[in-house]
Design a protein around this ligand. Structure first.
Ligand SMILES: *[C@@H]1O[C@H](CO)[C@@H](O)[C@H](O)[C@H]1NC(C)=O
Ligand SMILES: *[C@@H]1O[C@H](CO)[C@@H](O)[C@H](O)[C@H]1NC(C)=O
Ligand SMILES: *[C@@H]1O[C@H](CO)[C@@H](O)[C@H](O)[C@H]1NC(C)=O
Ligand SMILES: *[C@@H]1O[C@H](CO)[C@@H](O)[C@H](O)[C@H]1NC(C)=O
Ligand SMILES: *[C@@H]1O[C@H](CO)[C@@H](O)[C@H](O)[C@H]1NC(C)=O
Length: 953
């Protein structure tokens, strides 16, 4: 007995030993490999000691102890929108350097994965072709470059070959023998060549893959394939998955394609498919997953007749399908039962109602109709989709009501989005939630995204019951309740995104809350009052409380509460006290908006600490003293709005470092001195320069003419003297329509400008306004003739100066002009006939000059009142009651009393232009929390506003 025991003991310890130790030769081979590899993050640091089978990424056969697997894939993945930090992480943990042929000693290696590393364009080693045991080879996204060695064709056992490139941009090229090496890989089941340029292979690629009898999965995404080759003897009998997304394929497809009747998954995303959905697809009867998104398909959403009864996933997003989905549902109704689990019709042009037969899609888990034009009411049968997890009905102009029945069986729903994007929340809301106050829904959502859709006035129990929310967007939902405190407490502890903006939520906010996960907090445009809450959040980048009734001071330690804050919006409240200098410790700050409060005192001197600030808006406060000379040290500013304060002193010279400035508004202060020449010399992108109503003097500098992008020049109500620079006609923005990415910064909320003594607020459209206002100065000399070349000008106000001479003869070239005020000068001569060409002119004032002769007739001039000519005794003709003599001189003098001096104080100007990026915002929010990199990309885009692209402009 003891004998046996001993034997057993020996045997098992022998086995044990063999399991745990690797072959010495293989261990040394691995160490040699390690020596040649760069590994900044120390991923191979476990490669020490004798037992290489325990090393990270290495697996051995548990009987022979031979190394069989090497998995050195980098955990960080490339994503299209990866932002800098993420790139860094990915770079850092990448392996690189050389691949030592010592690997040839691993005779039993059957699995080699070097994907997602960075070998900086070195060639794939030829010796890989001698690793005869290889069954799995993954070199994707590893930045191997140059020609693929045809030696890879010598791997008879290879089942799996991935040479794809996630970023779509492969450094690899086909070898001169083209794809023939591939045809020798007769065991291949999986092939991925994503990103490789196959455009020169012609028919060959197809013939080659056709020779792989066991091929199950083929990925040829982004391979620049122009067309599918014409008939041949194509069988591809074992192919189940075909991915030819992001190529340039067009219909019609050759006949053989529709013979691929075994296909389970077909991905045709992002090609150039147009026209109606070809009926031939119906022969692909085994399809479970069909993706035709991002094409230009038109017409009815395809009727999926009996042949598509296996379809589980159908993606038709981003096409131009119109009509409704009745057809689709009608077709599916012929199947014994619908197995459809996912239906994506987002971003098409669907424009009819949602049919009640929707309820028959009993297995539907994912439904998105986002961004269409579907109208009418949403059918109650929606409530029967008991498997539904993700429901996105947003961005459609629905009408009618959502009732409890709409949700009755939606027990699994986690994501719900409905509503539309509407930059004007004042418009009536046509879709209304009509549920009882006490209703407790069957679902427990993780994300709710409701915008411009009536949910309120009460903050109902159904909302309060949603205590697992991570993403909350209830924007413009008509809620005029207070926030239930328990719910808010719960949400604050878990939410990543919280947007309750554009409601009428009132009451005070809990003063102390910690938002551990939140990135965005937006409670703007409500009726909260009381002091600003002292919340904190380590991850919060965007904090918006603007347009409420908060009062009292700005907390002195916001910098400690929100260490990562990038944008702070406190505008339009009743905040008072001084701006705490600690704000300048928020080193990530890009946007600081304090507009329209009662803040007083000086602007903090520590300003220079903010290295990245783009937008500073402290307009409409009671700030006094000088602007700090440190302002501008960081040089990043795009927008500086300090208008309507009590600031004094000169415009700081230090701002000359702000070469990115686009918008300077220092109007309505007490600034003195001259316009600094840096404005035209260094800050050459300035498009809005508003210095109105200060005590500035001196000449209008010639340098302003360098501002190619200038749209608005408002120097009115100062003491400028000298003449109007003739060179103003260099300002191309007033001549050539100019539109580019940098204008996105104008997305920054409400812009204000003052024209005609009346303040007008308008949104993002400021970029289209072209205006020059030099009124109420001491300017003299003539109006330069050159001004008539600024053909995009909408507003020209030169009134209340001492200008002489004639009105430029060609003023009629300013065909966009809506407002022209030359009153209260000493202009003489005749009114140019060309003035009658100005068909948009709605305000004209020529009063109080020395103009003479016949008033021109025609177009708009006919409709303008008489008062616009008064104070010019030598004028005659309609609309004056003074007839002209033959020579064009008036018959009598008839000085009319000026009863309507401020008749010009009328609203003359209105611009409304909705910009597309609001739409983009909505779509991004939906997916914001799917991917870290997306989130960052989003903030980059939305918060950084300018973005680096613009800085490079
Ligand atoms: C060895 O590996 C095989 C396959 O991985 C596994 O099925 C088996 O249980 C393992 N044997 C031992 C002794 O760990
Ligand atoms: C399609 O398949 C059928 C039968 O399997 C065959 O007769 C026909 O020739 C094939 N057509 C093409 C274009 O390959
Ligand atoms: C809801 O689901 C239950 C159980 O699955 C079913 O009996 C009931 O008929 C469904 N109600 C509706 C309105 O679909
Ligand atoms: C700020 O406003 C409050 C009233 O809202 C007032 O009591 C307080 O004195 C003000 N503080 C300053 C510095 O003006
Ligand atoms: C402007 O920038 C330069 C270089 O970055 C710096 O040396 C200088 O001090 C800055 N000027 C002002 C006034 O901040």
């Amino acid at each position: 007995m003891a004998h046996y025991l001993l034997l057993w003991f020996l045997a098992s310890s022998y086995l044990h030993a063999s399991v745990n130790s690797c072959i010495d030769e293989e261990r040394r081979a691995l160490l040699t490999f390690k020596e040649d590899v760069t590994d900044p993050s120390g991923r191979l640091s476990s490669w020490v000691g004798f037992d290489c089978c325990q090393w990270k990424g290495i697996s051995c056969n548990n009987i022979t102890g031979r190394v069989e697997m090497m998995n050195l894939q980098n955990a960080y993945m490339y994503t299209l929108s990866a932002f800098d930090g993420e790139w860094d992480e990915m770079e850092y943990s990448s392996l690189g350097g050389k691949v030592n042929p010592s690997l040839l000693s691993l005779k039993h290696l059957n699995y080699l994965d070097l994907s997602r590393n960075d070998f900086r364009g070195i060639s794939i080693p030829e010796f890989f072709g001698q690793l005869k045991s290889l069954r799995y080879l993954n070199l994707s996204s590893a930045s191997f470059g140059g020609e693929i060695p045809p030696h890879l064709g010598n791997l008879p056992n290879l089942n799996y070959l991935d040479l794809g490139e996630e970023s779509d941009y492969s450094l690899l090229e086909l070898p001169s023998e083209n794809l023939n090496w591939l045809s020798r890989l007769s065991s291949l089941k999986y092939l991925n060549l994503k990103g490789l340029d196959l455009s020169n292979t012609g028919v060959n690629w197809l013939n080659v893959v056709n020779m792989l009898p066991f091929l199950v999965e083929l990925h040829l995404s982004s391979c620049q394939i122009q067309s599918l080759p014409p008939p041949g003897n194509i069988s591809l009998a074992s192919l189940l998955i075909l991915d030819v997304s992001f190529n340039d394929l067009k219909f019609p497809f050759p006949e053989w394609f529709f013979n691929l009747t075994n296909l389970r998954k077909l991905d045709l995303r992002g090609n150039s498919l147009s026209g109606p959905f070809p009926i031939e697809f119906e022969s692909l009867k085994s399809l479970e997953h069909l993706d035709l998104s991002f094409n230009s398909l038109k017409g009815q959403v395809p009727k999926l007749r009996g042949s598509f009864c296996n379809l589980k996933i159908l993606n038709l997003a981003q096409n131009q399908f119109d009509g409704g989905i009745q057809e689709l549902l009608g077709g599916l109704s012929s199947c014994p039962n619908s197995v459809l689990e996912s239906l994506d019709l987002s971003s098409n042009m669907l424009n009819s109602q949602l049919p009640a037969s929707l309820g028959m899609l009993r297995n539907l888990k994912f439904l998105t109709l986002y961004n269409n034009n579907m109208n009418g009411s949403i059918p109650e049968s929606l409530g029967q989709l008991s498997q539904l997890v993700h429901l996105d009905l947003s961005l459609n102009p629905w009408e009618g009501f959502l009732t409890e029945s709409h949700f009755i069986n939606l027990t699994r729903l986690k994501y719900f989005a409905v509503g539309r994007v509407d930059p004007n929340p004042i418009l009536p809301i046509p879709l209304t939630f009509n549920v009882s106050y006490d209703w407790v829904p069957p679902f427990m959502l993780h994300k709710i995204n409701i915008g411009y859709c009536k949910v309120g006035p009460a903050f109902g129990v159904w909302l309060q019951s949603q205590t697992k929310l991570l993403f909350v967007k209830l924007r413009a939902t008509g809620i005029s309740d207070s926030i239930p405190e328990d719910w808010f407490l719960k949400i604050s502890s878990q939410a990543q995104y919280l947007d309750l903006s554009y409601n009428q939520i009132h009451g005070k906010l809990p003063l102390q809350l910690k938002f551990s996960y939140a990135l965005i907090l937006d409670l703007s445009h409500n009726q909260f009052h009381g002091p600003l809450p002292l919340w904190s959040g380590d991850n919060v980048v965007r904090f918006k409380l603007e347009m409420n009734s908060f009062s009292g001071p700005i907390p002195w330690n916001l910098d400690q509460k929100f260490p990562k804050l990038e944008s702070l919006y406190l505008a339009e409240n009743h905040l008072n006290g001084t701006i705490p200098p600690s704000i300048c410790n928020m080193r990530n700050l890009l946007v600081l908006s304090l507009r329209s409060n009662q803040l007083s005192g000086e602007f903090p001197r520590e300003w220079s600490l903010l290295p990245n600030i783009l937008i500073l808006d402290a307009a409409y406060n009671n700030l006094s003293g000088k602007l700090p000379s440190s302002m501008g040290a960081s040089g990043s500013l795009f927008m500086l709005k300090m208008n309507n304060n009590n600031l004094e002193g000169e415009i700081p010279l230090s701002l000359e470092n702000c070469t990115s400035l686009r918008n300077i508004d220092l109007g309505d202060n007490k600034f003195t001195g001259k316009i600094p020449s840096w404005i035209g010399l260094n800050a050459s992108f300035v498009s809005i320069l508003r210095l109105r109503s200060n005590f500035l003097s001196g000449h209008i500098p010639q340098e302003l003419c360098n501002l190619e992008n200038l749209h608005i020049l408002d120097l009115a109500l100062n003491s400028f003297s000298g003449t109007i620079p003739k060179c103003l006609n260099n300002v191309t923005a007033l001549k050539v329509s100019y539109y580019s990415a940098y204008n996105i910064y104008l997305e920054y909320d409400q812009q204000t400008t003052v024209m005609k003594g009346r303040e007008l607020q308008y949104n993002t459209s400021l970029m289209f306004v072209k205006s020059i206002d030099l009124s109420a100065n001491n300017l003299e000399g003539e109006i330069p003739e050159e001004i008539s070349s600024l053909v995009l000008l909408h507003n020209l106000n030169l009134s209340m100066n001492q200008l002489r001479g004639d009105i430029p003869l060609e003023i009629g070239k300013l065909v966009q002009l809506e407002n022209l005020d030359l009153s209260h000068n000493q202009l003489s001569g005749q009114i140019p006939q060309s003035l009658s060409h100005l068909t948009f002119l709605s305000y004209l004032n020529l009063s109080y000059n020395n103009l003479s002769g016949r008033i021109p007739l025609g177009n708009q001039l006919q409709t303008l009142p008489e008062s616009i000519y008064e104070g010019n005794p030598l004028l005659c003709g309609f609309p004056l009651s003074i007839a002209c003599l033959e020579g064009g001189n008036p018959t009598t003098k008839d000085p009319k009393d000026n009863d309507n001096e401020d008749g010009h104080d009328e609203l003359w100007f209105f611009v409304s232009m909705a910009l597309g990026f609001i739409v983009g915002f909505w779509s991004v929010c939906g997916t914001l929390f799917l991917k870290k990199s997306w989130r960052h990309a989003y903030f980059q885009w939305f918060d950084a506003i300018k973005d680096k692209a613009m800085l490079r402009l």
